[in-house]
Each structure stands twice: as structure tokens, then as C-alpha cells.
Design a protein around this ligand. Sequence first.
Ligand code: SF4
Length: 265
Amino acid sequence: MQKPKSQNREPVSPSKPARPKTARKKASKKRLTAYNGEEINEIFRRFRVQRPEPKGELEYVNPFTLLVAVVLSAQATDVGVNKATRPLFKIADTPEKMLALGEERVGEYIRTIGLWRNKAKNVIALCATLIRDHDGAVPADRDALIKLPGVGRKTANVVLNVAFGRPTMAVDTHIFRISNRILLAPGKTPDEVERALLDVIPDEFLRHAHHWLILHGRYVCKARKPDCPACVIADLCKAPEKTTDVPAPLEPLEAIEEKREAEDV
Ligand code: SF4
């Protein structure tokens, strides 16, 4: 099993020596996952076959619009956010343009999204901070991102992963549920689950693991009733409530959709 990746590693101070290798080995044995290394490799190998290049469903045109879209998506659906941001991003795709638009006009565009008043305020404050502190660019650094108005750890992790290709794990409601339900990385809080996932997922899968887990949770391992017959990891899954041990056929999802479209013609 490869070691977890760690972001923003602090420099080792000369007065505080690095933890010896033996201590690190002991800590990694405390993993709570119900799966061994081979099983975890196989789970993510299958997710990769299904979706070789997984993508999120929020629409954006650059790191700035991605950041705004993720801020707006809190307690809202991606579909709802996309509807509101499509016309907004056509006229305001930089912090300068968004700031010039002003809170009231931004509010008019996003009125269909929950908590829109507060979000419009945050978006404007966010733009002002980006211009003042970062020359209008989105920082590729978690600490700097978290300091921006309306940006929490989850939003920062999404932006680092999607815009900058960092192997972060943004634990949303789907990832939190799956990690606990199938006992992949159980935890009481999103932070605990994030740490556990970073610990158990092999490095080669970390870049896309966030999207694979979200999409699996959204379309197959759903909140109310998991669709186990449609699940490609049903044989490996250790969820007490799973309804089958037979995995669904493993094919790239694009190929399945193309087949369906051909059958419909
Ligand atoms: S078998 Fe069922 S419970 Fe397990 S991951 Fe698949 S859909 Fe979720």
C-alpha cells in the first residue's frame, strides 16, 4: 500500500525531528477501512474503467468561474447552479467584471439558487479580495483559498483538484455517505473521512477518486436506496445493506450510453 499524499506539508523544524519511520508504520496500521489493499485497488480500477476521465457537472470556463460556481453550489444542485451561471459567466468571467456588475445584479442572476442574497454578497467580497490580494488570480494554495469569503475547506479542495490537478479529497454529502456505508473510510465528520480516504486510496487513483466517488454516489449508491444491481463493485462491497453480490458488467459508461442511443434509433 502506498503512503497517503499529504498537502501543504510543513517544513520540519530543526528542534522537532521528523517522526521516525517505525512510528509512521504503526500509525498507518490504525486505518479503519474494512478493505485490504488489493480490494481497494480493484474498486478504483473498476471506477477508472467506467470513467477514465471523470468530470464534475458544474460548468465553468476558467479557475475563477469554477471557484464562483463551487461557492454557489453549497446546498444547491449542480443543474440549478449551471442554469444561473451560464448567462452570468457570459458577461462576467473575471473578478474585475463580476465586481463591476455589483451585488444587486449578481443577485438577479442567481436568484433561483438557495441562500442567493448571502452568496451574492460573498461573490462580490471574494472578487474584491482576489483583486486586492492575488492580482485577480485564483491562488493554487489551500490556506489562501480558505481565507477567501465564502470559501471553506471543501470548496478549496474542489478548486485545487479540478482547476490545478491536485490530489485532494473534497468530502461532500455523497462521499461522506459512501465512505461510511461501504466502510471504505468511516468517519464521524467530513474531515475524518477526508483523512481516512487520503490514507487508504493508492496514489495512482487519488487525482480522480473525488469524482469517481461523487458520481458513484449520485447515480448508483444513492442515499435512500442504493442501486446494487447496477453497481460494478457489488462483489467487493462490504455495506451491510447491499442487495446483491453480483457486480454489474464493467464497461466504459460512454460505450453503454452509445449502445443505448443506437438501440433507441
Ligand atoms: S453494492 Fe450497493 S451498497 Fe455497495 S457500493 Fe454498490 S450500490 Fe452501494
